[in-house]
Write a protein that binds this ligand. Structure first.
Ligand code: BG6
Length: 255
């Protein structure tokens, strides 16, 4: 029955906590690869978790993606967070507008009644153009806000899928895969041991900054994403992993 089922999920959560040394693991029943409503639930759960750790004056940095897009949608309209700031974690990474971190930051701020700043940095700039853009006062201000983020909410993706979705060239995709990439997060690609094997040129938060952030909320589900989640968890242990049953069961299976 349902009570046994939920106990089963909390048993799985405990085992994932131990295996990956996470502070917290939350598991939504179902598999978002098979059922879109599970992704909505992931968004709702992440929104509730975010609310529970939000303090006055916090800076929240968010990434993009279809899972992250459900976080603002899962957040009720609130008041009392006028002094909270929401920013995108990184500049343009080639996502469609609805899935961009900028869009999600603005929507989340709208739900919280919070402030937001956006980052307008085009993709794939050469080093010189990048250098001059990041020195623009308006952009510098946003980057410094991002660097002092108190909370980060981010998605995790499969390497090949994300490389294609972000429009990397076939040559680069081949190279990334040859280097063993299985996961992507924040524009960084990781092999199965959690080593960075490729980095997209962009500005903002680096995965290397994650260790200095008070709460890192990782949200990713779907049985097909388990290898990517596993690889990323080897790189960084988030405060909480919010996932679904499909991914969670697979995470325990793979060695
Ligand atoms: C984004 C991250 O939040 O989500 C990416 O910036 C990640 O690093 C992606 O790969 C995953 O997208 P989706 O659509 O599978 O949730």
């Amino acid at each position: 029955n349902f009570v046994y089922f939920l106990r089963g999920l909390s048993f799985i959560a405990e085992r994932i906590k131990e295996k990956f040394d996470c502070e917290d693991v939350l598991i939504i029943p179902g598999d978002s690869d098979r059922d879109e409503t599970v992704k909505k639930q992931l968004g709702r759960e992440a929104a509730a978790y975010l609310r529970s750790c939000l303090k006055s004056g916090d800076v929240i940095a968010v990434t993009g993606g279809t899972t992250m897009a459900q976080v603002p949608k899962g957040m009720p309209h609130l008041t009392g967070y006028e002094d909270v700031m929401v920013v995108p974690a990184r500049g343009g990474l080639g996502e469609r507008v609805e899935l961009q971190a900028n869009t999600i930051a603005a929507e989340l701020a709208g739900r919280l009644g919070a402030q937001y700043r956006l980052l307008y940095v085009p993709d794939n700039l050469g080093p010189e153009a990048m250098e001059s853009i990041v020195n623009e006062p308006g952009i510098r201000e946003v980057i410094s806000l991002i660097r002092r983020a108190d909370i980060v909410v981010h998605g995790i993706g499969g390497a090949e899928e994300m490389a294609r979705r972000r429009g990397l060239s076939e040559d680069v995709i081949r190279q990334i895969l040859k280097n063993g990439a299985v996961a992507e997060a924040f524009g960084f690609y990781f092999d199965r041991e959690g080593r960075i094997v490729y980095t997209t040129t962009s500005v903002g938060l680096s995965v290397k900054d994650l260790k200095n952030i008070r709460k890192v909320i990782a949200i990713a589900g779907g049985s097909g994403k388990a290898p990517a989640i596993r690889a990323f968890l080897k790189y960084h242990r988030p405060t909480v992993l919010i996932t679904d049953e499909g991914a969670a069961r697979k995470l325990l299976e793979i060695e």
